[in-house]
Design a protein around this ligand. Structure first.
Ligand SMILES: [Zn+2]
Length: 273
């Protein structure tokens, strides 16, 4: 199967009727042990569990908030600079913004939640992690099957000829050694297609899974926002804020990613003992 992206086709948006058909959905607090216990039971008994993470997964790692942090770029809206248009019309600005982001990332580390997902994979409780995050923390924490749907700030290429490049070349402001073109991180900018291998892998994992844990995403960025609706198994949403999509999940656990994962881990360990 060549998938929706190589041919330029977009994934099919499912009707929202499915959401209405879900029963027993409900918003709970992290302190409700019975829900934590039930989701832990689902994790333990699932044959294939896929995880989808978004920005809320990384906030506990201290990734700087660009609207509140200091520096010249505090006025910059990442949604405006993370575009092909910004790269092509004002490359020095684009480059300096991403250099600052990469510098900021160097001071941050995966948190306990990232490590727990990696441990669960090693124990056979998690089988794939798809992420919207570009910080590389799932791989850094030891997760093996990771689909970086929006690319990564850890690898680089030439925007003009596609040749791979090294981080120091980009950080030092050099041009492509092959064609003299503009170097950039391998992230997906607004206006670009998702990497087809990551998309296909994530889609297959989510369709195949008995259980999908969606963690820390507002489900606002298309097409990743469509992935949960493609799940056939149970759907669990771990998120700090309510979203318009809460109704489609079998369970919604309100809380910080790291704290909820730690609570689930406590239940998993207790059940194992
Ligand atoms: Zn080049």
């Amino acid at each position: 199967m060549s998938g929706p992206f190589p041919g330029g086709r977009r994934p099919v948006v499912q009707s929202k009727e499915r959401k209405k058909s879900r029963e027993n959905g409900g918003v709970v607090g992290v302190t409700e042990r019975s829900d934590i216990r039930e989701v832990a039971h689902w994790i333990r008994t699932s044959n294939y569990t896929a995880v989808l993470t978004g920005a809320g997964m990384s906030t506990e790692s201290g990734i700087p908030d660009f609207r509140s942090a200091g520096g010249w770029w505090r006025q910059v809206d990442p949604r405006k600079v993370a575009t092909v248009e910004a790269l092509e019309t004002d490359y020095p600005f684009f480059r300096d913004f991403y250099r600052a982001r990469i510098e900021g990332l160097r001071a941050c580390r995966p948190h306990r939640g990232h490590y727990l997902l990696a441990e669960w994979e090693a124990k056979g409780w998690v089988h794939a992690v798809a992420t919207q995050n570009v910080d590389g923390f799932h791989l850094q924490a030891g997760s093996r099957t990771v689909y970086e749907l929006h690319g990564s700030l850890h690898t680089f290429r030439c925007h003009d000829c596609g040749s791979p490049a090294e981080e120091p070349e980009f950080m030092e402001g050099r041009s492509c050694s092959r064609c003299g073109g503009r170097l950039r991180p391998n992230i997906v900018l607004f206006g670009e297609l998702l990497p087809s291998d990551a998309w296909e892998g994530a889609l297959a994992a989510i369709r195949w899974a008995d259980l999908v844990l969606v963690i820390g995403t507002s489900l606002e960025v298309y097409p990743v926002s469509q992935l949960p609706s493609m799940a056939k198994g149970k759907l669990v949403f771990i998120n700090l804020e309510p979203t318009a999509e809460d109704g489609m999940f079998d369970r919604v656990i309100r809380g910080k990613a790291g704290e909820v994962l730690a609570a689930l881990d406590g239940e998993l360990r207790a059940a194992e003992a």
